[in-house]
Write a protein that binds this ligand. Structure first.
Ligand SMILES: C[S@@+](CC[C@H](N)C(=O)[O-])C[C@H]1O[C@@H](n2cnc3c(N)ncnc32)[C@H](O)[C@@H]1O
Length: 339
């Protein structure tokens, strides 16, 4: 028989653990809010569950329950009159918010991610990604073969690039860069923003051929002006030479640890003396970072390395870390030079 204080502490612990057990429901609720476009619908002021249901083709009684959960999670706020208003947190699911994470919320709670996520135990035992066991290929091959999931993936990264690039621009001076090579640069969102901001900069977008093809409309004007090259290829076998700044944003942590190492070796082989390397990945010290780290373990066999770990890998691959900077986004930026 336990004492009253102990019982209260246990019950408190149960109440704190239950929402963690139901973490997947939280993710699905946020995904539903993003899918229904609730933030956009609430942009001009509070609306009732019935009004939101009419606008989204959902049942009012069912939507009211989702809204009450979203209110508990801080995504919306229930007003005294029973209407719902969007909060600062929920506004980030708005389609034209400069820091929007609407597509990121959709992609990270989509079926293919959940299927792999549910195999965490397997990765804990093997130390590698569980992706192959579920889909018979690695993550990026899968995305190339499933255009709808591939589209959603790149949409979410284009969206994050908006805030990432603003944040990197605040902590890093790109003005001295003559030729930036964005390795695994996705659909070129970051490169476009940097080329727009720095008229004397030239850039190379390097990613898988099918990904680079989608970047063409975005970068067409810069290509026509002779300031930008689009190169499709495999970063594990070729790295474009001739850059003075090599950037890997959200690439080291989203590659297997073995691939991340050979990528660094490949860049080391072509980077000129005086060149610089920038690594930008989520900060492992944040809660988001810790969640992302475990997700990457299962999905790609990647890791969010601590500063000591990344310094060591850089040293082993012929670089010297010159600084590590926290940015005003979720990213931590590491600068290195060839040794
Ligand atoms: C997580 S995304 C990051 C994209 C971009 N840097 C950003 O931050 O938005 C990783 C990128 O690496 C690319 N990638 C993966 N494997 C690759 C390979 N073997 N060769 C070239 N690019 C690859 C993917 O297509 C994808 O665009």
């Amino acid at each position: 028989v336990t004492g009253a204080t102990e019982t209260t502490a246990t019950i408190d612990a149960v109440h704190r653990l239950m929402p963690l057990i139901f973490g997947a429901v939280q993710g699905q609720a946020v995904r539903a809010a993003a899918e229904l476009g609730l933030a956009d619908l609430l942009r001009h002021g509070p609306r009732s569950a019935a009004q939101l249901a009419a606008a989204t083709g959902t049942r009012a009684a069912s939507l009211a329950r989702l809204l009450r959960l979203l209110a508990r999670l801080g995504v919306v706020e229930e007003q005294a009159c029973g209407s719902f208003a969007v909060t600062a947190l929920g506004a980030l699911l708005g389609s034209d918010h400069p820091y929007t994470v609407r597509h990121y919320a959709l992609m990270n709670n989509s079926e293919w991610i959940l299927r792999v996520e549910s195999r965490l135990q397997e990765s804990l035992r093997t130390g590698s990604s569980a992706f192959h066991g579920v889909f018979g290929s690695n993550c990026y091959e899968y995305l190339g073969r499933h255009p709808q999931d591939g589209r959603a993936f790149h949409e979410s990264l284009n969206e994050l690039s908006q805030q990432d690039t603003l944040a990197l621009g605040q902590v890093y001076d790109f003005s001295a860069c003559r030729r930036l090579v964005d390795v695994g640069g996705g659909e070129g969102h970051l490169l476009e923003m940097l080329l727009d901001a720095h008229p004397s900069m030239r850039g190379v977008l390097f990613d898988l051929p099918e990904v680079v093809a989608n970047a063409e409309p975005r970068l067409r004007a810069h290509v026509a002006a002779g300031r930008c090259e689009l190169l499709g290829g495999n970063f594990l076998t070729t790295i474009p030479a001739g850059g003075d700044l090599y950037l890997l944003k959200r690439v080291i942590s989203t590659s297997s640890q073995a691939d991340a190492r050979s990528l660094l070796e490949g860049i080391r082989a072509v980077i000129p003396p005086g060149g610089r390397l920038l690594l930008a990945d989520p900060d492992p010290r944040s809660l988001y970072g810790a969640l992302f780290d475990v997700l990457m373990m299962v999905v790609v066999g990647g890791a969010l390395q601590t500063e000591e770990e990344i310094r060591a890998v850089l040293e082993e691959t012929g670089f010297r870390c010159t600084r590590s900077v926290t940015t005003p986004s979720t990213l931590r930026l590491i600068e290195a030079v060839p040794e």
